[in-house]
Write a protein that binds this ligand. Structure first.
Ligand code: WQD
Length: 330
């Protein structure tokens, strides 16, 4: 298939392009490079030995995206492009709502116009709010605590309603848990701009000596050791989940959790990183981060049953690959 990947130079997008190409699909990337680097394109080519097409466009720009649809035969769209910082979304809500929702509407409209019937959307476990773990796809969603989370819920709703009204339009909504790690080549990975918000990039920057020590947000949660528990998934497994969702896509709306089904605490992740890479990570406990929940992990049975997909890489692998990328880059 010829797949249009929006946000294809970003962290999850770039790994998904690699897996699509490795599975024999062709890739057209649309990205405005607002939070990524142009070098990612040559790195994807280097890893796969395949050609890709790149358009530097903003996906909210309907005219620009229309010209991609009019000049290429597109079989499906994977829509990653979007702002993704929870804290920034509280400061700039309008930018988040505009960018994340208008881009989806533009893409859906063009898909309907050009009869492109396969649409895969990047959603997030954040839509479950403070439900009881493990999170199951059919749970009633609880209101997210920030504009970023709301944009995911609203996009899911728009896609669901459009699919209901257009029986040929097939949608996969993929709810990601916590992607970490990097491609084993060390050529692509996560490179946040400024001080990282997320745990693994913070750990790798402490390991590199760019940051002093890790601040662990809270050690009084009702969890195994008092620190927050998350379902960390290797980004390459996550990328393969997209290929499976696309290839097995059924009519209507199909929602899948992409996680491992296993919870790991902050302290467990820190210790795994130390063991995997033989580097000490200094840390201190500080107050809980507002908006954080104690535990978040997936029920992954639906993806396994319907897509034949499940995550294969363990936490040690995730820590080794994340560190290899950090060492080789920046
Ligand atoms: C993980 C754990 C923190 C940093 C967020 C978004 C989610 C998705 C991924 C996507 C928590 C603790 C973290 C640090 C720490 N967004 N922590 N010190 O919050 O689960 O998910 O990112 O694009 O929608 O909500 O991920 O990596 O920030 O935190 O102790 O410096 O690490 O409290 O328990 P989170 P995270």
């Amino acid at each position: 298939m010829n797949i249009l990947v929006t946000g294809g130079t970003g962290y999850i997008g770039s790994h998904t392009c690699v897996e699509l190409l490795n599975s024999g699909h062709s890739v057209i990337i649309a990205d405005n490079l607002s939070n990524s680097r142009i070098e990612v394109i040559s790195r994807i080519k280097q890893i796969t030995g395949r050609q890709i097409f790149f358009y530097q466009v903003d996906v909210t720009d309907e005219e620009a995206v229309n010209s991609i649809f009019s000049s290429n035969r597109i079989d499906g769209v994977i829509h990653f492009a979007g702002y993704k910082s929870v804290t920034e979304s509280v400061i700039k809500p309008l930018e988040y709502y505009f960018n994340n929702i208008v881009s989806t509407m533009v893409l859906i409209k063009l898909c309907l116009n050009y009869k492109v019937n396969k649409f895969v959307f990047s959603s997030s476990a954040t839509v479950y709010g403070e439900n009881k773990v493990p999170f199951v796809e059919d749970m009633e969603l609880l209101p997210p605590k920030n504009p970023y989370g709301h944009t995911k819920v609203i996009n899911e709703k728009i896609l669901t309603d459009v699919a209901k009204a257009n029986p040929d339009f097939s949608v996969a909504i993929l709810r990601y848990f916590n992607p970490i790690g990097a491609h084993e080549s060390g050529l692509i990975g996560e490179s946040p701009i400024g001080i990282p918000n997320n745990l693994m990039p913070y750990i790798t920057q402490v390991a590199k000596g760019k940051l002093d020590k890790l601040k662990i947000y809270g050690n009084d949660y009702p969890t195994i050791d008092g620190t927050g528990v998350r379902d960390y998934i290797h980004v390459v497994d996550l990328a393969k989940g997209h290929v499976a969702a696309l290839e097995k896509l059924k009519k209507g709306v199909n929602i899948y959790n992409l996680g491992t089904g296993k919870g790991t605490s902050v302290l467990q992740l820190v210790h795994a990183f130390e063991e995997a890479n033989h580097i000490k990570i200094p840390y201190e406990f500080v107050a809980r981060r507002p908006g954080d929940i104690a535990e978040c992990y997936a029920d992954v049975s639906r993806a396994k049953r319907e897509l034949g997909w499940s995550a294969e890489r363990d936490i040690i692998q995730m820590c080794k690959d994340a560190w290899r990328f950090e060492k080789n880059n920046s």
